[in-house]
Ligand binder design. Structure first.
Ligand code: XMP
Length: 492
């Protein structure tokens, strides 16, 4: 009944996730026993198959810390100068909680002149010297500053004195009970005599209401594992040096067409210079592209071209591939060398995650799925009454003007052609809440397939036990909600 993947994907069609559907198989285990543990790349184990995309509206420190806390991993984008990118990596690694407030520091003898001095934070931290690498003496809250009748007063006259802190590697539970014990509403977090952040009970309590987090992605040095993107130009070697010093666990070579002499040389250079560092190559969508990068020594392959929600590559450049076909084809060759595949782009629901993984991917990389979350960079805005966050393609003119053109342009191209758009996505709340629900849905999908782990799904696919079919247009309509005048889409 149905088709084996091998047959379905060899008929000359380019299929997206929505084009295909798996036939249910046999269930002989409960949902809870489905294991989603996996690898980003050869030496980066994860407990859930989720990766946040290196885009400047998706992954900075907060997202990277949250993804690691969930058991996935974040890849810090490279649309900024190398030392700033390295600082984002350090900041994500400088905590063992998925909390981040980008603290602003000041000295006791300074004055706060306007609300802007708080940045996006509810507090300004006061240290002896006014810098981060200095002793914490207290903090000022927005509310306290707003209440001041005379804004001319110096900070030491009204700040809350607090030299108490917790070490950076305390987890949420420990921080929570420490604050309870000491009766504190906010507390500093310190690493190597440097104030890393300020944590409030409100944040701790908020996160405690979310589904319990499993094992986080912690590296051998006890910090969160964090990945970072880099390009393949000569100057990227300097960027890499910064990133390696900051402790990255994997580098993702960020290119829309990865099968190039530039990338192959860069992969060889990295493997030679930093033998301990995992290199993810890409993007690729064909067996031939994948083979070249595998031969060059990649530890992981990123798959997708033009499947992203903000992508216009297929329209502009006439190249790409339907994402279901691309993932299946690349995974079929990568698995022979033990190279994990990252299915990058085109994930809108949990069903897409199930399809990507069952077709051979080890992880999914997501942009739009995560961009509306609390942890994504940028502030919420309102559009037609909806709370949204900006989400833009790294090949959009706006992002390229800021510097990401290396991903989409030849070395010296002077004319910029956009391969992406700028848009906005709806507020989704915290990834710490909706990713656990998404993973539960993925486990149910795996159970329906009779696959109790990613490896078992891959084995069932290759042994032709898993069967698929192409959905007609009408079947796709039928497979979604239809025939209702109105409905509310709430998954949890
Ligand atoms: P989703 O569907 O998760 O896709 O939003 C995220 C992925 O899209 C890729 N990307 C782009 N592709 N033009 C493109 O053709 C762009 O401007 C662009 N920006 C990001 C990237 O692979 C990302 O992970």
């Amino acid at each position: 009944d149905g088709f084996a993947a091998e047959r379905l994907f060899n008929q000359g069609f380019s299929y997206t996730y929505d084009d295909v559907i798996f036939l249910p198989h046999y269930i002989d285990f409960p949902t809870e026993s489905v294991q989603l543990a996996t690898r980003l790349s050869r030496n980066v184990p994860l407990s859930i198959p989720c990766v946040s995309s290196p885009m400047d509206t998706v992954t900075e420190s907060h997202m990277a810390a949250a993804m690691a806390a969930l058991g996935g991993i974040g890849i810090i984008h490279s649309n900024l100068n190398p030392s700033d990118q390295a600082a984002l990596v350090r900041s994500a690694k400088a905590r063992r909680v998925p909390i981040l407030s980008n603290p602003v520091f000041t000295s006791p003898s300074a004055r706060i002149e306007s609300m802007e001095d708080f940045g996006s934070n509810p507090y300004v931290l006061v240290t002896e010297s006014g810098a981060a690498k200095s002793k914490l003496v207290g903090y000022v809250s927005r509310a306290d500053w707003l209440k001041l009748p005379n804004k001319e007063v110096k900070i030491y006259d009204y700040m809350v004195n607090s030299s108490d802190f917790v070490p950076w590697d305390y987890d949420l539970e420990r921080i929570g009970s420490y604050m309870d014990e000491k009766g504190k509403d906010v507390i500093g977090m310190v690493k190597d005599d440097e104030v890393v952040d300020l944590i409030s009970t409100e944040e701790v309590e908020r996160i405690k209401t979310y589904p319990k987090l499993g094992a986080g992605t912690v590296g051998p040095d006890g910090t969160w594992m964090v990945g970072a993107a880099a390009g393949t130009r000569e100057q990227d070697k300097e960027r890499l040096e910064y990133l390696v010093k900051a402790g990255i666990n994997a580098v993702v070579l960020d290119s829309s067409q990865g099968n190039s002499i530039y990338q192959i040389e860069m992969i060889k250079y990295i493997k030679l210079t930093y033998p301990e560092l995992d290199v993810v190559g890409g993007n690729v969508v064909t067996i031939n592209q994948a083979q070249n990068l595998i031969q060059a020594g990649v530890d992981g392959l990123r798959v997708g071209m033009g499947s992203g929600s903000i992508c216009t590559t297929q329209e502009v450049c006439a190249v790409g591939r339907g994402q279901a076909t691309a993932v299946y084809k690349v995974a079929s060759i990568a698995s022979q060398s033990g190279v994990p595949v990252i299915a990058d782009g085109g994930i809108s629901f949990s069903g897409h995650v199930v399809k990507a993984l069952a077709l051979g991917a080890s992880t999914v990389m997501m942009g739009s799925f995560l961009a509306g979350s609390t942890e994504a960079p940028g502030a919420y805005e309102y559009q037609n009454g909806h709370r949204v966050k900006k989400y833009r393609g790294m090949g959009s003119l706006e992002a390229m003007t800021k510097g990401s053109d290396a991903r989409y342009l030849g070395d010296k191209a002077k004319l910029k052609i956009a391969q992406g758009v700028v848009g906005a996505v709806a507020d989704k709340g915290s990834v710490l809440k909706f990713i656990p629900y998404t993973m539960q849905a993925v486990k149910q999908g795996f159970q329906d397939l009779g696959a109790s782990s990613l490896q078992s799904a891959h084995d069932l696919l290759r042994s032709r036990v898993l069967r698929l079919e192409v959905r007609t247009g009408a079947a796709q309509v039928e497979g979604g909600v239809h025939g209702l005048i109105s409905y509310e889409k709430k998954a949890f």
